[in-house]
Design a protein around this ligand. Sequence first.
Ligand code: URQ
Ligand code: ZN
Ligand code: ZN
Length: 483
Amino acid sequence: MALLIQGGTIVNADQSFRGDVLCQNGKIVAVGENLDVPANTEKVDASGCMVMPGGIDPHTHMQLPFMGTVASEDFYSGTAAGLAGGTTMIIDFVIPSPQQDIMEAYHQWREWAEKSAADYSFHVAITWWDESVREAMGTLARDYGVNSFKHFMAYKGAIMADDEILVNSFDEARKLGALCTVHAENGELVDRLQKKVLAQGITGPEGHPLSRPPVVEGEAANRAIQIAQVLNVPLYLVHTSCIESLDAIARARQSGQRVFGEVLAGHLMLDDSVYRDSNWASAAAHVMSPPFRPKGHQEALWRGLQSGMLQTTATDHCCFCEPQKAAGKDDFTKIPNGTAGIEDRMHVLWDQGVNTGRLTPNEFVAVTSSNAAKIFNIYPRKGCVQVGADADLVVWDQEKTRTISKETHHQNIDFNIFEGMTVKGVNIATISNGKLVYFDGELRAVKGAGKYVDRPCYAPFYDALEKNAANLSVEPVNRKENS
Ligand code: URQ
Ligand code: ZN
Ligand code: ZN
């Protein structure tokens, strides 16, 4: 059955124009006016609305086993909530335990994700190192469409990657033509500061930001950037939350280094006052890493997005309900880290990005979809309204409002960090793989309808890098002649 989205204005990252969109067999088959439409085509009226590429959230953790529990949102409920909010693809994370076989972990996450309602892909975390890990990276890059490897520089004693792992993994990623991504916080400093804060008798959630101040992120961001520079590998910093890491990214990009930055909708909107809420459950619900920052960092992050120093927006959707957060009732270091956002990201970014004049609608498309597609090498299959692309689209009504609340969201969590926020400009329809899956408040997500998305490596680009690096090499000095 074909689907025609008619009467709208198509908004891509590079241009906007009046046009209808015809979808068939999961693909966009025609774009323009006066299209030749098959009989029995389902029609969606987009008059007065914008038609944009479906959002890509490059950072989620559905049903993540973490800190002694499992995230409450699974791949079906999480991708369904994303569809309700206009996100039609996620890039989640395979996170092997240290010493766990990488391929075993990969197949485990693939199995969990089969129930997804929308398309998905995986970054693979490198949490330990030996020759089997190196081999697995090659297998994943060549045979399983993995072109990005994640490194947690935080979480000492759990999944933290020390410099030896970073150097081994970054070097291997370059040879494969893959991208390295990092959670940039110095895990040793976090560990030491957590002990120091607890020793001062601070056990509540207000201790969380004290144990991981912005400088702890800035140090790790700088370190990862310099290691990537020495090893000649592109780098992507996830959840850039503060001025210190934003400045590190800006310096690197201004020097020509290939570094990318991601920012979470939450870090653009919230500050660290949330941790001083007298209600323990509310303060604990905001415990995630890096923490929400003091006032001032948020505006700097918006400027990073506007200036192109930050390229993508995400949510780090990692849900833990109050009973789970209560594990840290007497010790904030035991509160499972994570917050939600997959359903609200695009609404929050439009309301505080486009309605305020910070972003144009085209830039909104870039930072919610197209840039992630380009960086992770799935553009224009994803992130663009054009013939041949996947039929993942949103019909966006700039005038429609929504008040965000845990009472009405589709996310499987008992809290919403944007609670009570009224946004103007939301998707009235979401099309996933050419099917109308959300329309005027009715969610029609189908369990298992999502497909795994292969992301090819970047080999040709790296060959040039290698040649360039070789040209800069110094000839060995022949000292025999002088002896
Ligand atoms: O660090 C992450 O990205 C994962 C473990 C989710 N939790 C969080 O606090 N960001
Ligand atoms: Zn992280
Ligand atoms: Zn994360």
